[in-house]
Design a protein around this ligand. Structure first.
Ligand SMILES: NC(=O)c1ccc[n+]([C@@H]2O[C@H](COP(=O)([O-])OP(=O)(O)OC[C@H]3O[C@@H](n4cnc5c(N)ncnc54)[C@H](OP(=O)(O)O)[C@@H]3O)[C@@H](O)[C@H]2O)c1
Length: 295
């Protein structure tokens, strides 16, 4: 099966390239989602049997002031990508976010819960979901959250870097979510690609499915878990984590308090349950070298 991945340098794109070396990986110089005219020629050349979109505008805070750019990449660009996928007869695997949900309540969000994003990034991603599904009904959308990897910009690498320089950290404790390893997310995308390739138009695989790590935590608890595992091999000692509220750590974009996702549909449709946090985090931490921590 000829798999084409959009994006090369991101957390997910890098994991996909590693796990499926046979995939054709197109970087921004080949497909720029902000320049829709680049999409069709690159895909026509690549002749994909399935497309995985790992590219997105992901600067959540900047999106508040770069709304147009966020929508150009995450909505217009994704719509164009889906149109090209439909023209070429290739199913599309697309990744979205927990930020499409309003983030209130105290139970995990299900796919059929109402969407109502509270920041510009979430709004652009929701517009992208709708654009993708209307242009290419044979699209699988995986809504994920709190992605981390041994590479790229993420909470795990930031915490390790800060821990090597400080012995006390203030971390938000009133936002809850399920940390998701980019390696596991890549495996879920590849599984979805495989299922999609063999599915008929009315199959249950199409449409929106939540996908995240199995265990729920707060950012502060996640930091404590990272430090308890990394102290010794990656950092000298675990810093003290002071649990603070969102109000004590203001950011330009509002963040949902409840980012937890109900994963029953993924397990049912794709026949696999997401891994526990401890196992997934161990895999990522063993791929980080002590010399990478201070980067
Ligand atoms: N990170 C999270 O915590 C999180 C949470 C929920 C959902 N997600 C979703 O998960 C997916 C993967 O996220 P990630 O964490 O892997 O993102 P990431 O590390 O920020 O990488 C984003 C990728 O998109 C590419 N990109 C940005 N603008 C582009 C454009 N105009 N045209 C083509 N490529 C472009 C970047 O390429 P350059 O290097 O050239 O900029 C990079 O390869 C995204 O759909 C994201 O919305 C992420």
């Amino acid at each position: 099966m000829k798999t084409v991945v959009i994006g090369r340098t991101g957390q997910l794109a890098h994991a996909l390239a590693r796990l499926d070396p046979s995939a054709a990986v197109l970087d921004r110089s080949q497909v720029d989602l902000a320049s829709p005219e680049t999409i069709w020629p690159a895909l026509e050349r690549a002749q994909p049997e399935v497309i995985i979109n790992a590219a997105a505008y992901t600067a959540v805070d900047k999106a508040e002031t770069e709304r147009e750019r966020a929508f150009a990449v995450n909505a217009t660009g994704v719509g164009e990508l889906a149109r090209a996928a439909a023209d070429l007869g290739a199913p599309l695997i697309h990744v979205s976010t927990d930020y499409v949900y309003p983030g209130g309540g105290d139970r995990p969000y299900r796919e059929d819960d109402e969407t109502d994003p509270i920041n510009a990034y979430g709004q652009s991603k929701l517009a992208g979901e709708l654009a993708a599904l209307s242009a290419q009904p044979q699209t699988v959308i995986l809504r994920t959250a709190w992605v981390y990897a041994p590479w790229g910009h993420n909470f795990v690498r930031t915490m390790l870097r800060l821990a090597s320089a400080r012995d006390h950290l203030r971390v938000v404790h009133d936002q809850r979510g399920q940390p998701t390893s980019a390696l596991d997310l890549a495996r879920a995308c590849l599984l979805a690609a495989q299922k999609a390739a063999g599915s008929s138009a009315d199959d249950a695989v199409w449409g929106v499915t939540n996908y995240a790590g199995a265990d729920e935590t707060s950012w502060a608890e996640f930091a404590e878990t990272i430090f308890s595992k990394a102290a010794g091999p990656l950092i000298e000692r675990a810093p003290v984590v002071e649990r603070i509220s969102t109000a004590e750590y203001p950011t330009p974009a509002a963040r949902p308090a409840n980012s937890t996702l109900d994963l029953a549909r993924f397990t049912h449709v794709f026949g696999q349950a997401p891994r526990p946090l401890s196992e997934a985090l161990d895999e990522v931490l063993t791929m980080i070298r002590p010399e990478d921590v201070a980067e």
